[in-house]
Structures are given as structure tokens and as C-alpha cells.
Write a new protein. Structure first.
Length: 241
């Protein structure tokens, strides 16, 4: 597999067709991909999330934004073999070592809210660094609504608001993974300074747990909620507005 840089718009088009999410993080900087006889086979979009410096320095205090990339989107065509994504990730690491040697590590989250403990990163021998619990809201049709969207549109995310909008609040786990690109000595130093423990003892399907609140208190479940692609969530008229 030959991995090289591709146009980000081309990468996004592939993701819009094959990825489970049709929205993208704010900082999509470097797109890598590979081709086969049918065209673009896979795309990996690298950049940062919403708080790049905070993200890396919370984990590795001596690093800054120029030292890492976060994986924003990873997508391969569905008909390709199951190990394609892991092979692709290994190719991305080789590309960064050859073309951007200043990058110290690659970082990503596995989206446990969507039932993904991170098997592709496990298959690529990334290190696992525990999880956080995060939340989203869902419409009756299963469309995800990010908490920031509620604050942006309504100035709050109080329960009285999201229940009036007919939303459910869902908590789930996000799993951390990292792949070091640096030499062994730098890797050892970073592991010593990190605020979390990194290992190859990985989460599995049984580690996926959700809490759901539809307005009458939360309940815990191991059954994943139905989450569709982002749709046309718009601000409806509130009672009394």
C-alpha cells in the first residue's frame, strides 16, 4: 500500500460517502490516502480538535501543537479487507516519519458512544490511555446534537431546554490512543511525564456502557443508542417564545 498526501476535499468526499459521520472537526490540515484500481481506497484526515494545545499538554505537558497530529477522520471503502485500515494507519506513520520528522506522536479518540472501542488502533499496536465519559444529545430520529451547538444557538444546555426540544441526553465513553513517531529515548521520557498510563491492555465490546436521560432521569444500558448521520436539526419555536 502506497500512502501519500491527497487533496482534503477529495478525502472529505470519500468520508461523506462511507464514514458514519458526515461532519468534520474544525482543523483538518493534512490528508493522506491510497489508491487502488477502483480509485481512492482510503483517506485519513489529520489535524486537531477544538482545543489542540490543551489536548496534548493535558497528556504530555512538555509537548505543543507542532509536536503531534490528531486523527480527525479515518475512512476506507467498505468492500476492502478488514485489515485495510490498520495497514493504512501503519502507512500514515511511515509517511509522517519520512515527510514530517518534527512530529513526535499521533493521537486519536475511539468513539465509544457509537459503539467503537478502537479495534483498528489495537490492530495497529497503538497504546491505549484510558477513557473519559462524554455526552451528546439525540433527536427522536437519532440525529446527534453536540452540546456546543446548544450553547451556540440557545446560550445554555439546561435540562429544561433540551427536554423542550425533544432531545435525549446520552453519556458514553471515549477511548484514548497514541502512536509514537519519536526515538526510544523520547518515548520513554514522554511515558514517564504523561498524566495517564499507556499500555496495550485494550478495551473490548463489554467495556461499552451508556447512560440515557430522556427527561425522567438517567438509566444505564449496554445496548447502544441509535445514532444516525447529522441531519437538519434546526431551532424550533419554543413554547411562549
Amino acid at each position: 500500500m502506497q500512502v501519500d498526501r491527497i487533496d482534503t476535499n477529495e478525502a472529505k468526499r470519500l468520508c461523506l460517502r462511507w464514514h458514519y459521520s458526515n461532519i468534520f472537526p474544525p482543523h483538518c490540515i493534512v490528508s493522506l490516502g491510497f489508491y487502488d484500481e477502483h480509485g481512492l481506497g482510503g483517506a485519513a484526515i489529520w489535524g486537531w480538535g477544538t482545543r489542540p494545545r490543551h489536548t496534548i499538554q493535558k497528556l504530555f505537558p512538555s509537548l505543543d501543537t507542532g509536536d503531534y497530529w490528531e486523527l480527525c477522520r479515518l475512512c476506507c471503502r467498505d468492500e476492502l479487507p478488514r485489515n485495510t485500515e490498520s495497514e493504512f494507519l501503519a502507512g500514515c506513520a511511515r509517511w509522517f516519519r519520512a515527510n514530517q520528522p518534527e512530529r513526535v506522536l499521533l493521537f486519536t479518540w475511539a468513539d465509544g458512544i457509537r459503539g467503537k472501542p478502537g479495534y483498528v488502533y489495537q490492530g495497529s499496536n497503538w497504546l491505549y490511555g484510558g477513557y473519559i465519559t462524554t455526552e451528546i444529545y439525540l433527536t427522536a430520529d437519532g440525529e446527534p446534537v453536540h452540546p456546543r451547538l446548544l450553547v451556540t444557538r440557545y446560550g445554555t444546555r439546561r435540562k429544561s431546554l433540551w427536554t423542550s426540544l425533544g432531545l435525549r441526553k446520552v453519556w458514553g465513553r471515549q477511548f484514548r490512543y497514541v502512536r509514537f513517531l519519536c526515538n526510544h529515548a523520547t518515548r520513554k521520557r514522554l511515558l514517564r511525564e504523561s498524566s495517564v498510563e499507556w499500555a496495550q491492555i485494550y478495551p473490548k465490546h463489554d467495556d461499552l456502557i451508556w447512560k440515557i436521560d430522556a427527561g425522567e432521569g438517567s438509566r444505564e444500558t449496554r445496548n447502544p443508542p441509535r445514532i444516525e448521520r447529522a441531519g437538519q436539526f434546526r431551532r424550533p419555536a419554543l413554547a411562549g417564545a
